[in-house]
Design a protein around this ligand. Structure first.
Ligand SMILES: NC(=O)c1ccc[n+]([C@@H]2O[C@H](COP(=O)([O-])OP(=O)(O)OC[C@H]3O[C@@H](n4cnc5c(N)ncnc54)[C@H](O)[C@@H]3O)[C@@H](O)[C@H]2O)c1
Length: 242
């Protein structure tokens, strides 16, 4: 039987998700929610089993809570959730035995970049993240950069940037998350890119992904829709499913 999926957010990513679901025989796209619609009412009215959220950072926490309380499986692609918020949402899903996914990046290249960057980080003690996105992106840094920093911060060897450094212009050294500097670039001509640069004695190592077409998200979105109802907790990162 086909699985009923609602898409929350009718922007670039929401429309991509809707197109994928319309073309796939395993899913029925039951609706696309816009900013002023009542999310809880639409989930119930359409008997949605899965809700994919591609909205914006200011709305994502509240949206995720609403989806969870209706009992639909959340797939959260929107960036902006902080680590403590993810933990709260995970606790609630575990209480309810509800499967869900928070996916900072659906692209295979980005997921592999995070996974191997984490592996490389155990050989270096200093590293920085540079991410670049199209100029229409509203939030900074990207969800992928935040997730990468959280994964790299688990390495025991990490050395935070030196406090003594003087910034002649404030923020010249970027923002820091979990002691890791993140530099965000917003430019036309770019879709999505990220580098992690590892620095050692007399050498650097750079790992980078580069997105040039939104089709890179298709396989990951489908995988998330296929797997989410088999989960009984809120999983953070698609790397756990591939
Ligand atoms: N996980 C990934 O792989 C991935 C990839 C690209 C973008 N993103 C993230 O997905 C989100 C959406 O990206 P986009 O490029 O589609 O942005 P977009 O600006 O094109 O679309 C966002 C849409 O959400 C709507 N919206 C805002 N608040 C809403 C609310 N409360 N309820 C319903 N709709 C609401 C806006 O009106 C807009 O139509 C961003 O946070 C972006 O960073 C994630």
């Amino acid at each position: 039987m086909s699985i009923r999926v609602l898409v929350n957010g009718a922007g670039r990513m929401g429309q991509l998700a809707a197109t994928i679901l319309r073309e796939h025989p395993d899913f029925i796209l039951v609706g696309m929610i816009k900013r002023d619609d009542d999310l809880a009412a639409e989930i119930k009215k359409n008997s949605a089993q899965i809700v994919i959220d591609f909205t914006q950072a200011e709305a994502v926490l509240n949206n995720t809570r609403i989806i969870i309380e209706t009992g639909a499986h959340p797939i959260i692609g929107t960036s902006g959730l902080l680590q403590n918020q993810v933990k709260q949402l995970q606790i609630r899903c575990t209480e309810l035995g509800l499967g869900g996914l928070i996916v900072p990046n659906f692209s295979l290249a980005a997921i592999l970049m995070m996974k191997y960057a984490k592996h490389i980080s155990s050989y270096f003690s200093q590293f920085e993240i540079i991410e670049a996105h199209h100029s229409r992106k509203l939030d900074s840094p990207s969800g992928t950069a935040i997730r990468t920093a959280e994964m790299l911060a688990e390495t025991p060897k990490i050395l935070p940037p030196q406090k003594k450094q003087h910034e002649t212009i404030p923020h010249a050294r970027g923002a820091t998350h979990q002691h890791i500097p993140i530099h965000s670039i917003r430019l036309p001509g770019v879709l999505a890119q990220q580098q992690v640069i590892f620095g050692g004695e007399g050498e650097t190592l750079t790992i980078q992904y580069n997105t040039i077409d939104q089709r890179c998200y298709v396989a990951g979105i489908l995988l998330a829709c296929q797997k989410v109802s088999q989960l009984n907790e809120l999983v953070y990162g698609l790397e756990h499913l591939i």
